[in-house]
Design a protein around this ligand. Structure first.
Ligand code: GAF
Length: 386
């Protein structure tokens, strides 16, 4: 990441140097849209993320500079009325406000420059990386003493209350907790998680993302409507089974029992969410035995569910998924929130080069766009750089 350029800009703007913090984006092998349904997810942090240089400035203002956009923003942080106009600055503002709501005393503002190499809108959680960078940095610089999970919740609440996306916990969790060479199997209902060693190369596989370069936009988008559909299905099921808190808790028969009480759309959304909970369990069990082929079949099934039932894929991602299937890729599916972004692929090492060349060629022929390939390197989570 471009720490040199951040430092130069920081010195130019503020005439001094600050501390540098970084947080990564994430991949997710399987378990999509399960986090806010109380299910499991299987993310890992990646080698792309956000870096920020920060120094307290003795004023009541935060002066922020987004290096990649060449934009600045200056705002107070005493109340929600101080919210900045710039969309990107709302993430920093939201994190500070959410820390304050949890009792943090932030007595002065700071100067900051940040930059990132997580592709925006690719479903790799650039926004969570930004939130995690500032949440982690403030906790460290001010000695606030928040647990890592609480820092993840600070980022999630920022999305809910200052950005307008009713996201689950996966992205911020992964960005904060990431560990090189490991995935994290998180139970999003209990908050319990375990690190799972992930070394596909040792099993003869490679993992890459194919970025459709079609932008997804979660803000004010159909993402929240998917969540509301699942919540309505849960409310209907609760009349017969009050113990059901999330779709994860429901049997599919219980969902079928209320089919006449909810819309067809709510039904297929909830069905996907419940099926995905099982698919994750099956894929995890298979991968623990080194059976990537079974895990890969579950990934394809997830893609179908996300495309047909949850309707968060798009023509371009369906095309990439189909090319993957034709090339004998072991597992492939749309990753993250959807509505564009990346397909994640687990590929046998000897099929990798052909897949990459074929998908690039066919995608260009069909859509006139160069798709991007990101080899997946599972890396550490939020940290201080210097
Ligand atoms: C987005 C959200 F931010 C996550 O919480 C998660 O729901 C994901 O979409 C889908 O699994 O990245």
């Amino acid at each position: 990441m471009n720490t040199q350029a951040i430092r130069e800009k920081f010195t130019e703007l503020y005439g001094t140097e600050g501390a540098m913090y970084a947080s990564p984006g994430r991949i997710n092998i399987i378990g999509e849209h399960t986090d806010y349904n109380g299910g499991f997810v299987l993310p890992g942090a990646v080698d792309k993320g956000m870096v920020a240089e920060i120094k307290f400035n003795g004023t009541q203002k935060i002066r922020a500079y987004a290096l990649d956009l060449n934009e600045s923003s200056e705002f107070g942080f005493a109340s929600d009325a101080d919210a900045p106009k710039e969309g990107w600055a709302k993430y920093i503002f939201g994190v500070i406000r959410e820390l304050q709501k949890r009792g943090a005393v932030i007595s002065e503002g700071f100067d900051t420059v940040f930059s990132g190499d997580v592709p925006l809108g690719a479903g790799m959680s650039s926004s969570a990386a930004l939130e995690s960078t500032y949440a982690y940095a403030m906790n460290d610089m001010l000695g606030l003493g928040f647990e890592k999970m609480e820092l993840a919740r600070v980022g999630q609440s920022t999305e809910h209350n200052y950005v307008g996306v009713k996201c689950g916990i996966m992205d911020q969790f992964a960005s904060i907790h990431g560990k090189a060479g490991h995935l994290m199997k998180l139970d999003c209902k209990s908050g319990e998680f375990e690190y799972v060693s992930f070394d596909p190369e040792a099993h003869g596989y490679k993992v890459c993302l194919v970025d459709s370069c079609v932008k997804h936009e979660l803000v004010g988008s159909p993402y929240n409507r998917r969540r509301e559909s699942c919540e309505r299905a849960v409310a209907a099921i609760q009349k017969n089974h009050p113990e059901v808190e999330f779709m994860r808790d429901a049997e599919i028969e219980w969902l079928n029992d209320v089919i006449g009480e909810i819309t067809q759309e709510d039904y297929i959304r909830a069905l996907y969410a419940r099926q995905e909970v099982d698919r994750l369990r099956e894929a995890c069990a298979a991968m623990e035995k080194g059976d990537y082929e079974t895990a890969g079949r579950r990934m394809y099934a997830t893609h179908v569910g996300m495309s047909v039932l949850y309707e968060v894929s798009c023509e371009e991602l369906d095309f990439i998924n189909e090319v993957a299937r034709e090339c004998g890729v072991t597992g492939s599916r749309v990753m993250g929130g959807g509505f564009g972004g990346c397909c994640i692929n687990i590929v046998k090492a000897d099929k990798y080069d052909n897949f990459v060349a074929t998908v690039q060629k066919k995608y260009k022929e069909k859509y006139g766009i160069d798709c991007k390939i990101y080899p997946v390197v599972i890396s550490d989570g939020a940290r201080k750089l210097c």
